[in-house]
Design a binder for this molecule. Structure first.
Ligand SMILES: Cc1cc2nc3c(=O)[nH]c(=O)nc-3n(C[C@H](O)[C@H](O)[C@H](O)COP(=O)(O)O)c2cc1C
Length: 501
């Protein structure tokens, strides 16, 4: 595959199906807890596919539910990012980081050419119970229609359109709640409208191209629109159409969209919800703003998208955030003028890819590693929730946790090489901060799992093969009946350098 030509969820699903990574579940499955259970167990299998539930139990309409579109598949993630599969994790991070420079604004298409308007409900026709909305976990406060979703809002002052992913619980036939953590753009937009004494116009997309979902779930600079970033990654503008109620730009090829307003005094109790941390978020039911739905749009035979939040590896956001956050932090480090970055990775198993960032750095000057760690910890792309920021040297692949642990165990002087930042940006969802009133403040450990710069020239030499040794072994691999394939190595020790024992 040399070129990826995908414009919407259906195109992406076709390509993924050709790779054998879709399981179509044609028998009846209950959206209430059963889909979530199957997705959780499927995530624990290494050969996992995305799950397309074709017959949701108790629902008459022809509506399918697609769970965990990306999961732990580099293939599915690559296709969502409009690039052929085959790149290593850090190559994909670098590819995305470079795409961040190629912003392309969305284009508005004629509403007649927008598949999303194939079905339009307004007024009394609106009934969200028609859609098979999953309840994921037994203690969830209700069915959550918004998980693999995109919420669209606008800054009333600058006009910047924001895309964000937020959990949304069905509260009635024409009402959903949406929970946003402090500091998130959706919340800041909402409060600006309210401060002007106006309701906040909102669009929410519940069947969505994974590219838009992934961009919405990634922290971009506040003044930038995720639409432009997604267009840049796609290499062509995202097609939109103005909403009939709010005029907000709606993805023209989406599957299911609602449009409405959020009012400052319109909140309801929402939650709890099984979260990316692997714990229920917000232990009790709490007041959360809602959206009063004024219009519903959907394509014929729509496909809803759903993301299970869970411990690793069943949590939908883990792999794609590892790549997206890695790319964002790398870009932010570059923007701050930090040289020598070889790669950045947000470890997928660290609570939805949020908990741990690893920066691989070619150290060039005193304090370089400490500077990189402090910026990676606090930059816009990496600050939220992150608890552990590791800096490793350039011979360590940051996406290989085993190598990172080896580096920490052999290069980090624990008493000297760990700094702590306090009262940093976190979330009410962090279960480690108790009592609840202590949230949402967090703290971060900066761990220099790299050679001490002062002694870098005298640091013990690591054992590594010479290039000649390696090539000889690879050439004889089959002849000698060695099992599997010879692994690829990136680190060699060629003896022309002075030997230091
Ligand atoms: C499946 C999923 C659900 C999410 N739910 C929430 C949520 O309920 N509240 C929240 O504050 N962030 C949630 N996030 C994280 C935000 O989408 C993410 O921080 C994003 O960058 C916010 O974008 P914005 O600040 O541009 O609005 C979720 C992410 C994913 C992948």
């Amino acid at each position: 595959m040399s070129k990826v030509d995908i414009r919407d969820l259906r195109d992406w699903l076709n390509d993924v199906e050709k790779l054998g990574e879709v399981t179509r579940v044609t028998k009846e499955v209950d959206p209430h807890l059963e889909m979530g259970a199957l997705t959780y167990l499927n995530g624990k299998n290494s050969e996992q596919t995305t799950l397309l539930f074709e017959k949701p139990k108790g629902h008459k309409g022809d509506v399918k539910v697609l769970f965990n579109p990306i999961g732990n598949s580099m293939n599915r993630l690559s296709l969502a990012m409009r690039t052929p599969p085959g790149k290593s994790p850090i190559e994909l991070v670098q590819f995305i980081k470079e795409k961040f420079d190629e912003k392309i604004k969305p284009v508005s298409v004629d509403p007649k050419d927008a598949p999303i308007f194939e079905n339009v409900w307004m007024g009394d026709d609106i009934d969200m119970t028609y859609f098979p909305t999953p309840t994921h976990w037994a203690r969830d406060g209700g069915p959550y229609i918004g998980t693999a979703d995109v919420i669209i809002t606008q800054d009333p002052d600058s006009g910047r359109v924001n895309l964000g992913t937020y959990r949304q619980m069905i509260e009635g036939k024409d009402r959903v709640g949406y929970y946003a953590s402090p500091g998130k753009d959706t919340l800041l937009d909402r409060e600006k409208w309210w401060a002007k004494g106006k309701p906040c116009p909102v669009v929410s997309v519940y069947g969505v191209d994974p590219l838009l979902f992934i961009c919405a779930a990634t922290g971009f600079p506040k003044q930038e629109s995720e639409y432009d970033a997604a267009g840049g990654i796609q290499g062509s503008p995202i097609e939109t159409v103005p909403g009939k109620i709010t005029g907000l730009p709606i993805p023209a090829r989406a599957e299911l969209v609602i449009e409405g307003y959020s009012y400052p005094d319109g909140g309801q109790e929402e939650g709890p919800f099984g979260e990316f941390t692997g714990y229920y978020g917000r232990p009790g039911q709490e007041q959360t703003p809602s959206i009063d739905i004024k219009a519903v749009y959907f394509r014929n035979q729509p496909i809803m998208t759903a993301a299970l939040m869970a411990d690793h590896p069943s949590c939908e956001q883990n792999l794609f955030l590892a790549v997206m956050r890695g790319a964002r932090v790398w870009r932010d480090l570059e923007a701050c003028g930090i040289p020598g970055v070889q790669g950045v990775w947000s470890v997928p198993s660290a609570a939805g890819g949020f908990g741990m960032t690893v920066v691989s750095l070619k150290q060039m000057y005193a304090g370089h590693a400490q500077q990189a760690a402090a910026i990676a910890a606090q930059c816009a792309g990496g600050a939220y929730f992150a608890k552990f920021i590791y800096v490793v040297d350039e011979d360590v692949d940051p996406s290989d946790l085993e190598q990172v642990i080896w580096a920490a165990s052999t290069r980090c002087r624990v008493s000297e090489d760990i700094d702590i930042l306090r009262n940093t940006w976190s979330t009410y969802l962090d279960p480690s901060k108790n009592p609840n009133e202590e949230r949402p403040y967090g703290s971060k450990a900066l761990i220099y799992a790299c050679k001490e710069f002062k002694n870098i020239k005298n640091f013990s030499r690591r054992t590594a093969l010479t290039t000649e040794q390696y090539e000889q072994a690879v050439n004889r691999w089959e002849e000698l009946g060695m099992p599997g394939k010879a692994p690829t190595l990136k680190v060699f020790d060629n003896l022309e350098e002075e030997f230091r024992a």
